[in-house]
Ligand binder design. Structure first.
Ligand code: UMA
Length: 436
């Protein structure tokens, strides 16, 4: 791609992981880098601007966490005609090799990790990056034309990306999320769809997801499904098939729940499109363990089974967890920071929860919603208080599930910290008490 940065004045906006990686990459390619961060976070290596709108730049690189809609700095430079690209675009421009882009509302990290493991197992030079926690710009210069880059792609990253083109683009599912950022579900879906709209891509779509199964744009689309298809990746007689070829039996999948079956099917579809042999796929899937905080079984407390699904930060993810475990004996913990959701879908299915326990910034809102449908939720200020309550009442036959349907940022720095705290309260403190 003809994209020269040498000698150009470039402003990198946002000094988190992405901005730091982008600055370094640009500097290594001869750009004159300046940085800017709304929170005043500084770069130790480059000029930190105070008033970037008073300067001239030839390129602006934007971090994914920066909300584009209504951003004064971004609109100022776009109006001026200065090219504005995302960090994902920048990394892509300098990366070499085959790019796999994986997006969707839920399951992105699991599928990205699994595809990465399958690729590594096949002996390929593999880079796993993107929203999973490693900016594409960090690894771009390490790649070669033989590399396979497996990139988890978020909507935040896609929003300003016009260059990024995945050779294999996979969309897992679509459900309302991040409406607070995008303004509407339609806009969220439009941004997601840009991943699969580039020419000459191999596209992989979830046949079972009504939100996206009509997104098929080319004959090159491969579908995956939990039910039988004529072709593509599908389940028949407890086996995963690709067209007529048996790939692996479901019994060899170590991950739990329907959603994880979908995740495996997506990963298998990507792997077959990468021309990886069935026996390699089978071995890698059988030895794969899901990343933490995704409907993760933590253990048993006084006969109650305890599950950490802290990664469920939207309604569809929570519903998938409830469907996987079943409502019988289910004690569900819901709450945190609302991302502009209504919670009716959790309560309007007639599920017979054993108890609904709400917490955090939107705990009361969830409680009120539950009451409309005849439930009697109990509400706590904090996740800690809610968890102590369920821990102290844990009893045989219960399934205790943290699947909050909300972001964690009202109380925690991430869903992972929330999940760790949940486990510590459920098990750690009890062990300490028993030992003292
Ligand atoms: N900042 C501003 N102005 C703003 C917002 C932020 O200047 O309006 C500054 C902050 O002060 C901070 C920096 O930008 O210094 C943070 O940048 P960032 O929010 O883009 O975060 P990074 O550290 O670069 O991490 C990003 C992704 N974060 C977000 O999309 C919010 C990480 O995904 C990703 O792992 C990383 O790049 C590597 O690619 C996290 C995430 O929460 C895990 N993603 C969302 C999700 O999964 O739901 C999309």
């Amino acid at each position: 791609m003809n994209f020269k940065v040498k000698g150009k004045k470039v402003l990198v906006y946002g000094m988190g992981m992405s901005g730091q990686a982008a600055s370094k990459l640009l500097h290594e390619h001869g750009a004159c880098v300046s940085t800017y961060d709304d929170e005043g976070k500084m770069s130790n290596y480059f000029a930190n601007e105070k008033n970037p709108m008073q300067k001239e730049y030839q390129l602006i690189v934007v971090s994914p966490g920066i909300v584009v809609r209504g951003n004064t700095l971004i609109s100022y430079f776009i109006r001026k005609g200065t090219p504005v690209v995302s960090e994902l675009d920048l990394g892509y421009i300098f990366a070499k090799g085959k790019v796999v882009g994986i997006s969707g509302t839920n399951g992105k990290t699991t599928v990205t990790s699994l595809v990465g493991e399958i690729c590594k197992h096949s002996g390929r030079e593999t880079f796993v990056c993107g929203n999973i926690g490693l900016p594409l710009s960090t690894i771009a210069d390490k790649t070669s034309r033989h590399s396979t880059i497996v990139c988890e792609v978020s909507n935040f990253q896609l929003e300003l990306s016009s260059h990024f083109k995945a050779d294999i683009a996979c969309m897992l599912n679509l459900a309302p999320d991040h409406i607070d950022r995008h303004g509407s579900f339609e806009e969220y879906a439009r941004v997601k769809r840009t991943l699969i709209k580039k020419r000459g891509q191999k596209v992989i779509l979830n046949y079972d997801d009504e939100g996206i199964n009509r997104w098929s744009l080319t004959r090159k689309t491969t579908f995956f499904s939990k039910t039988i298809l004529n072709k593509g990746v599908y389940v028949k007689n407890n086996y995963i098939f690709f067209n007529k070829t048996k790939i692996l039996p479901l019994s060899e999948i170590t991950m739990f729940g329907e959603k994880n079956l979908e995740n495996v099917l997506a990963a298998v579809a990507i792997a077959v499109k990468l021309k990886i042999k069935p026996n390699i796929i089978r071995e890698a899937v059988a030895s794969f363990k899901a990343p933490p905080h995704r409907l993760m079984y933590l253990g048993r407390l006084r006969g109650a089974d305890v599950f950490d699904d802290s990664k469920a930060t939207n309604i569809s993810s929570t519903i998938a967890a409830i469907s996987s475990l079943g409502d019988k004996g289910l004690v569900i913990l819901l709450g945190g920071l609302n991302k502009d959701f209504k919670f009716d879908e959790i309560f309007n299915k007639g599920w017979n929860f054993e108890e609904v326990v709400c917490f955090g910034a939107c705990g009361k809102e969830i409680c009120e919603c539950g009451k409309k449908y005849g439930y009697n939720p109990i509400c706590f200020e904090s996740m800690k208080d809610a968890t102590c309550y369920v821990r102290d009442k844990a009893a045989a036959g219960q399934k205790i599930l943290l699947s909050p349907a909300c972001a964690s940022f009202d109380e925690f720095s991430s869903y992972a910290v929330r999940g760790v705290m949940f486990k510590e309260i459920m098990f750690g403190e009890r062990l300490q008490i028993e030992m003292s």
